[in-house]
Design a protein around this ligand. Structure first.
Ligand code: S3P
Length: 189
């Protein structure tokens, strides 16, 4: 990794003003590691971490899978849009978004305007492995999880490709992804 300047008081990596002012948001497919990476990135940059799904759950008083089950996907997308717009009124956040938020063009436009948007990618095999067997992701239910992932990835490819930057995490550890993001932020500044 190239040499990096750090803030003498906080020890956080120094990122230039144009990026510091904005939010940093992570997009990418379910289970790619957005929340884990965003939490660690926020810690490194001494910024506030927000997970969009957790923020939705907090205001709805229900888990994501309960919202899907009890009220349907359309209602979840409505809450997701509202919560995203509310969060993006703030500055200086590191936001882990849900993998489907960018399927709404207005959400994508707003993210691109109010945040530096980074897409995390990984091979289908790695996504399958990282997703595990858990039932917390309603959109991955079904007999053939691999086919479902491939189907959604195809549908969403152009949306994910609209991020400001993209990082393939297939062979990287969380630490390595965080370092790559910091390097990207520095070159973009
Ligand atoms: C979704 C991704 C989920 C969650 C919801 C829908 C999607 O978040 O928002 O289940 O449409 O890709 P993660 O990407 O954090 O799993």
């Amino acid at each position: 990794m190239s040499e990096q300047s750090v803030d003498s008081e906080s020890g956080a990596p120094v990122i230039s003003l144009s990026v510091v002012k904005q939010n940093i948001a992570l997009t990418g497919f379910m289970a790619v590691g957005k929340s884990t990476v965003a939490r660690q990135l926020a810690r490194r940059l001494k910024r506030r971490f927000v997970d969009l799904d957790r923020a939705i759950e907090k205001s709805a008083g229900l888990k994501v899978k309960q919202i899907f089950r009890q009220k349907g996907e359309a209602h979840f997308r409505h809450l997701e849009k509202e919560t995203l717009a509310r969060l993006l009124c703030q500055q200086g956040l590191v936001i882990a978004t849900g993998g489907g938020v960018v399927t709404d063009q207005q959400n994508l436009d707003l993210l691109r305007e109010k945040a530096f948007l980074i897409c995390l990618t990984a091979s289908t095999e790695v996504l399958l492995r990282r997703a595990g067997k858990g039932a917390n992701r309603p959109l991955l239910r079904g007999p053939d999880r691999k086919a479902r992932i491939e189907e959604l990835l195809t549908q969403r490819a152009d949306k994910y490709a609209s991020a400001h930057a993209s990082i393939d995490t297939t062979d990287l550890t969380v630490d390595q992804v965080v370092e790559k993001i910091i390097a990207v932020l520095n070159t973009e500044s």
